[in-house]
Write a protein that binds this ligand. Structure first.
Ligand SMILES: [Cu+2]
Length: 162
């Protein structure tokens, strides 16, 4: 049987679609930066984008997300859904020599070992499995008294790993 031109066209479209999806593969890494602001106290930016309260991040399986805390308070990234992944504090060396001492409101009993507890503290999260992961950022206490306007933002994050 002779292949009809329409079938060839469909095949061509399928091949094109495949190559397009290959180009659109999830990136190997992403970067979030947390900053302090008067309204809402804090917000975060994905890969240099706008500062907002909720972020959706896409990374490839085995990829990593780096979170840097430039807020005026300690912050802890807490997982609220999804499979196991690994966290590592990659910049926490100022911990012992932090001039302002431990954050005033920081409850060490509550704060986990991966709390980013100084300005510039950076956390690396690695996602070995595909799926959707949910996180929230939990305020673990100000380094100094901070005045803000309005209710504090609740920072939330979905990471889609494919
Ligand atoms: Cu803040």
């Amino acid at each position: 049987m002779r292949t009809k031109p329409i079938a060839l066209a469909a095949l061509l479209i399928a091949v094109l679609a495949l190559s397009v999806s290959a180009f659109a593969a999830a990136p190997k890494s992403a970067t979030l930066v947390v900053r302090h602001q008067v309204r809402g106290c804090h917000a975060w930016s994905l890969n240099g984008g706008p500062y907002v309260a909720h972020q959706v991040v896409r990374v490839a399986r085995g990829g990593s997300l780096t979170v840097t805390n430039n807020d005026l308070m300690a912050q802890e990234l807490v997982k609220t859904g999804g499979q196991a992944m690994t966290m590592n504090l990659v910049r926490q060396s100022h911990m012992g020599s932090m001039p302002m001492g431990m954050p005033k409101g920081m409850a060490m009993g509550k704060a986990g070992p991966y709390t980013m507890s100084h300005m510039g503290a950076t956390l690396a999260v690695i996602f070995p499995r595909a799926g959707t992961y949910r996180f929230k950022l939990v305020d673990r206490g100000d380094y100094v008294e901070v005045e803000t306007k309005g209710a504090d933002n609740e920072l939330t994050l979905n990471v889609v790993v494919s």
